[in-house]
Design a protein around this ligand. Structure first.
Ligand code: FAD
Length: 408
């Protein structure tokens, strides 16, 4: 394990190239920041302050030109705890009711994804209730054919900005799986490497939803959606006279399988949800920040304003998942801003080895990696996760059944 110097604002790209460059997907010298998003609490606050939810219901699915888009672009900040869901939920309260309702539905999708992942953990990688259908395998070397203007637009944004509107994610995921015949798991990894909001919870759910493992109905991508959501884009496409997605793809439902019994009930809902109030076993000496708790409002951090905060870049994990450098820069921008108001310690190594024997205060994170590490570290002080709605022993097999059971 290595203690790294705290990053400074304005020098984040150099810092990542120097200290984490060998762990990124691209060569260190090619690492750049996303031109579309900046990490940090002040960027998150500004994005939320600028959010006008009016028109959201109508425009959320628009893809191109970018000026027609109505998506909030808050996801990278929501992902890392800079904007807790309840804060975003409250922020839009005075907007037009149709837009508020649609926007809050999407926040609930995020919460639902977190509940599913918290309960099933790594099992979220297994099909929910249906096996993915077996689409015809194509001979293409990549399911994302960049001579198609729609695919090129979306892949270009994914790789450059690290963000896509939901509609474009569905297009790419469908093209990869339903038409291309590739495994959704490898597609999920391709997204995860680039998305600034990349989370196993929402990403896996999105890919599984696309192939129909939840509903049995795969999502088909065809030219009609491009014409509707990106008017004029087809006219720029070299394949406009021979569009390979002119017609709806064959997407027969996959067979139903015996579902995981935990989709109906949670044998340990308390463990899934984490503590409901703060628990102090002994005096903490540092605050451990995780990728889920990088916001100024993090409960453990706020309760211990005078303690140093520690963030560990997990070397083994990063070497395995090979994130694009812009994700590392986004995290580093967040840390650099934090270092201006808190004593920040940054390490590279195994979080458990770095924090072993230290009395840490930390906020529960509903992801298997945290649960496993926290069990080894026995935090001195553990704070509740800021759920929008606390998980209960309810069905989670579908969004609608979960919603009904949760009463939201
Ligand atoms: C294949 C695929 C992969 C995806 N991977 C991710 C991912 O890794 N991380 C991620 O946060 N979202 C993921 N999504 C969900 C969704 O596409 C993004 O949350 C959304 O596009 C982010 O943009 P936004 O903030 O402008 O969203 P908005 O439309 O403005 O929505 C506001 C917030 O609601 C939440 N949200 C919206 N739609 C969804 C959804 N379908 N599922 C879960 N939460 C949602 C997000 O937190 C989002 O920031 C994925 C969707 C698909 C189809």
């Amino acid at each position: 394990m290595t203690r790294l110097p705290a990053p400074k604002r304005g020098q984040e790209v150099t810092w990542v190239r120097t200290h984490l460059g060998d762990l990124a997907a691209e060569p260190a010298g090619q690492i750049v920041a996303s031109p579309a998003f900046r990490g940090g609490q002040s960027a998150a606050d500004a994005a939320l302050a600028a959010l006008d939810v009016a028109g959201y219901a109508r425009d959320r699915g628009e893809v191109w030109p970018a000026g027609r888009r109505g998506a909030s672009r808050l996801s990278p900040y929501i992902r890392h705890g800079l904007l807790p869901l309840h804060r975003v939920w409250d922020h839009v309260a005075t907007g037009p009711s149709r837009d508020v309702s649609k926007f809050r539905d999407e926040l609930l999708w995020q919460e639902y994804a977190r509940h599913v992942y918290a309960r099933l953990g790594r099992g979220t990688g297994a099909p929910l209730r249906h096996l993915p259908p077996q689409p015809p395998l194509t001979s293409s070397s990549s399911p994302w054919d960049r001579s198609m203007a729609c695919v090129d637009l979306a892949v270009g944004e994914l790789e450059r900005d690290g963000w896509l509107v939901n509609q474009a994610r569905m297009w790419l995921a469908s093209q990869w799986t339903v038409r291309g015949g590739w495994d959704w798991r490898t597609g999920e990894e391709a997204f995860f490497a680039h998305l600034l909001d990349g989370s196993r919870a929402a990403n896996r759910l999105g890919w599984q939803w696309t192939v129909g493992t939840g509903t049995g109905r795969p999502y088909g991508f065809s030219r009609g959606q491009v014409r509707r959501r990106a008017p004029g884009l087809c006219e720029t496409c070299g394949l406009r006279a021979a569009c390979p997605i002119e017609d709806w793809p064959d997407g027969a439902p996959g067979p139903t399988i015996d579902p995981d019994p935990r989709l109906r009930t949670d044998p340990d809902a308390q463990a899934t949800a984490g503590p409901s109030s703060a628990r102090r076993l002994r005096e903490p000496e540092v605050v451990w920040l995780t990728a889920e708790s990088l916001g100024a409002g993090d409960p453990a951090s706020r309760s211990n304003p005078d303690l140093p905060v520690v963030f560990v870049f997990d070397e083994q994990l990063l070497a395995r998942v090979r994130l694009s450098g812009k994700r590392l820069v986004f995290l580093t921008q967040t840390l650099a801003e934090l270092a201006e108001s808190r004593l920040l310690q940054v390490h590279r190594g195994d979080p458990v080895s770095v924090l072993d024997r230290r009395a840490v205060a930390v906020t529960f994170a509903p992801v298997p990696g945290f649960v496993r590490r926290a069990a080894l570290l026995e935090p001195a002080e553990l704070h509740p996760y800021p759920w929008l709605v606390r998980p209960l022993d309810t069905p989670i097999a579908s969004f609608s059944s979960w919603r009904r059971a949760m009463g939201v």
